[in-house]
Design a protein around this ligand. Structure first.
Ligand SMILES: Cc1ncc(COP(=O)(O)O)c(C=O)c1O
Length: 338
């Protein structure tokens, strides 16, 4: 079965498993796990931030950013369908007591964000954070233009807001644009990154930012039960992923572009521009296409009755990708045209 539902479905490669098996470990609640500390230093250097904290998931990294940088009653501006709004079980409201103002699209300008800023009055929510997702997951892996980010960063400085990046797939944006991760992250106060998506590690994310922010995050992480002991086993997988699986993301992008092009040839299918490793296609009978795909041996998702989503990653991109491509196109063709 070719699994194109998400880049989170990858399994650790033999090389990664070998790195995990020999990882040097200690008690990370005592901050004595050498592999985790190394990973945190490396991630801080790659993102260009003073410090990084290894956490269990992208959700935890985003939620720690909110817990540390907001107060109950605050409002966070974020894009439509942002992960932090739509796919974190309502944690922003439940844990930080914040509400969200959503922009019209996934990608937004400083002007649009400025229109959402609340009047500074005691009876209004206090706008305190602008959050950007790059690349945008439900937006089809779109890259958030750096010019918009620069302008949003300026708006945040001017207004005294925190500027947060959900960079779960910032690695993809860096490879696709030929820009360093540090440059992409530079305008932000806090950045979450994931090792368990296109990079192929089994577990883990990091929150990056100032030392002071991460000291607060360390405390919150412990309160949430996220203090882990010999977690170097997981950090070793993440370190391996950073070293071996970043530049190869270009292969996933090329595969997604090929998939998008092939789907676009089918009558009745409209494919959104493919910028990284996610393909979004509109067609009638999305569920039927998914069911047909599963029966043929290629799994992908219907994200609405007329939209399918396919994600390329290191477990499907490679010598056998041609087979996956053929099965997906056959499934869509058959669902639409019998
Ligand atoms: C953009 C984005 N942010 C955050 C997350 C959350 O990551 P996790 O599933 O590790 O909590 C995801 C997961 O798919 C994501 O796509």
């Amino acid at each position: 079965m070719f699994d194109l539902r998400s880049d989170t479905v990858t399994r650790p490669s033999p090389g990664m498993r070998a790195a995990i098996a020999v990882a040097d470990v200690g008690d990370d609640v005592y901050r004595e796990d050498p592999t985790t500390r190394l990973l945190e230093e490396e991630v801080a250097a790659i993102t260009g931030k003073p410090a990084a904290l290894f956490v269990s998931s992208g959700t935890m990294a985003n939620q720690l950013a909110l817990l540390c940088q907001t107060r109950p009653g605050d409002e966070v501006i974020a894009g439509r369908s942002a992960h932090v709004i739509a796919y974190e079980s309502g944690a922003g409201a439940a844990l930080s007591g914040v509400q969200f103002a959503q922009t019209a699209g996934e990608i937004f300008s400083a002007e649009e964000a400025a229109r959402l800023i609340r009047q500074r009055a005691y009876y209004c929510p206090r706008t305190s954070v602008i959050a950007v997702e790059n690349t945008h997951n439900m937006g089809g892996g779109r890259i958030f233009p750096q010019t918009n980010i620069a302008a949003l960063g300026e708006l945040c400085r001017r207004e005294g807001f925190v500027f947060h990046l959900d960079g779960a797939r910032i690695w993809n944006a860096a490879i696709a644009t030929g820009t360093s991760v540090a440059e992409l992250c530079a305008p932000f106060d806090s950045v979450s990154v994931c090792f368990s998506k296109g990079l192929g590690a089994p577990v883990g994310s990091a929150l990056c930012g100032s030392r002071e922010l991460l000291e607060r995050a360390l405390r919150w992480r412990k309160m949430l039960g996220g203090g882990m002991r010999q977690v170097g086993l997981l950090a070793a997988g993440a370190r391996y992923a950073l070293e071996h699986n970043r530049t190869r993301l270009a292969e996933d992008h090329a595969a997604a572009a090929a998939l998008g092009a092939r789907l676009a040839e089918i009558e009745g299918v409209t494919v959104a521009p493919v910028e990284t490793n996610i393909v979004i296609a509109k067609l009638a009978h999305a569920e039927a296409a998914v069911a047909r795909g599963r029966a043929l041996g290629a799994s992908f998702s219907a994200i609405s009755p007329d939209t399918i989503r396919l994600v390329t990653h290191l477990d499907v991109t490679g010598p056998r990708f041609g087979d996956a491509l053929a099965l997906v196109t056959q499934a869509v063709r058959e669902a639409l045209h019998g």
